[in-house]
Write a protein that binds this ligand. Structure first.
Ligand SMILES: C[S@@+](CC[C@H](N)C(=O)[O-])C[C@H]1O[C@@H](n2cnc3c(N)ncnc32)[C@H](O)[C@@H]1O
Length: 357
């Protein structure tokens, strides 16, 4: 309604002006009326044109404003996008830098860690191989030991069957002779019936040989020799408990420094052997070394003159270097003896006089 007002006013104004002009020109009434209507129409047309002009100017201004606003917001958005892209780029650059750094650290670490792990693995493999080897050696050693113990047990079973005892005997081995040597000594007595046996280092061996004489039923004698009166008495007590004291005498022969066959030695006092002669079996299982080397060397040099012509000499503990050297020295010094090694637990050697040609 308000937009129509200027159109109407301009129409009216032109109608009035053209009418007035026609009147002033003293035009006839019809002409005045036509002029007024023409003015009205013209005014209305002009007014309407003005209204449209104003309206389109307003629209143009609004469009301009919208365009400005759009331009502003688009450039702000654009800048925002650029900023965001810049940040993105910076982030990407820094991420790349970080990842390069991380890759370098990883490389450095793997240069240290991988060889260390490989070396550790190699070490473990070698240790495993060594342990497997040791385990195999242990298996073999255990199997050997079991075999040896079974053989010793069989020897002891034979011994107790061949030579019955009234009471239990102490455990053989360790300080006492092993089962294999005890069986050999008792077997020798049963088979060869030696009249006189001298047992250097008294103990179970002396008692078993005395019991073998009893079993064989002949009048033999075992003389046990001990450097220690306590152990000598222990052997006498064992012989008495087993009822073989009639076949066994135990001498106490303290150790003494003396010269035997031109050599200074510490051995049983030779005076203790006074009155002994015709030894058929000499068993050497003492004196104990107690740190002194070649403790048993004196046996053959001191007693060889007391041996019977077909005497047998047995040396225990041939697994030891000292005993092997002693036997080698005797054979070199006193020709006429043959040596046989017995494959016993502690090793033994048998020396026999070779028959004269
Ligand atoms: C090897 S032992 C003699 C063992 C004996 N022939 C036997 O078969 O029982 C040598 C000497 O060691 C001493 N002896 C014995 N048993 C001992 C022990 N359990 N501890 C320390 N010495 C011992 C004794 O003086 C013995 O004469």
């Amino acid at each position: 309604m308000r937009a129509r007002l200027p159109v109407a006013l301009l129409g009216i104004l032109l109608a009035v002006l053209t009418g007035a002009l026609a009147l002033a020109l003293s035009a006839p009434t019809l002409a005045v009326a036509v002029a007024a209507v023409t003015g009205l129409v013209l005014g209305a047309v002009l007014g309407q044109a003005l209204v449209w002009l104003r309206a389109s100017a307003g629209r143009a201004a609004r469009v301009e404003n919208r365009l400005d606003a759009l331009r502003t917001s688009s450039s702000e958005r654009h800048e925002g996008v650029i900023r965001a892209m810049r940040q993105l780029r910076e982030t990407a650059v820094s991420a790349e830098k970080d990842s390069k750094e991380a890759a370098r650290h990883t490389r450095e670490l793997s240069n240290v860690v991988v060889p260390a792990v490989q070396a550790a693995l190699r070490g473990h493999e070698e240790a495993l191989k060594q342990h497997q080897g040791e385990l195999q050696e242990m298996r073999v050693a255990v199997a050997d030991e079991v075999d040896k113990q079974v053989v010793l047990l069989e020897d002891y079973l034979q011994l107790t069957r061949l030579v019955p005892m009234a009471l239990p005997m102490p455990k053989p081995g360790t300080w006492a002779a092993s089962e294999d040597l005890l069986l050999w000594l008792a077997g020798y007595v049963l088979e060869h019936r030696p009249r006189l046996v001298v047992d250097l280092g008294s103990g179970q061996s002396s008692v078993w040989m005395a019991a073998a004489m009893r079993t064989a039923g002949y009048d033999g004698r075992v003389i046990g020799v001990d450097h220690d009166e306590g152990f000598a008495q222990a052997t006498r007590d064992l012989a008495r408990r087993q009822g073989v004291e009639s076949w066994l005498t135990v001498l106490h022969a303290p150790l003494r420094e003396q010269v035997i066959d031109e050599r200074e030695v510490t051995w049983y006092d030779v005076d203790a052997f006074e009155g002994i002669d015709g030894i058929d079996l000499l068993s050497i299982d003492g004196p104990p070394g107690q740190g002194a080397p070649y403790a048993r060397w004196g046996a053959l040099p001191a007693l060889r003159e007391l041996l019977s012509p077909d005497a047998t000499v047995v040396m225990d503990d041939m697994v030891r270097r000292d005993e092997r050297q002693i036997v080698a020295d005797w054979v070199a010094r006193y020709p006429g003896f043959s040596v046989e090694r017995l494959p016993f637990e502690k090793g033994a050697a048998v020396l026999r006089r070779q028959p004269a040609e």
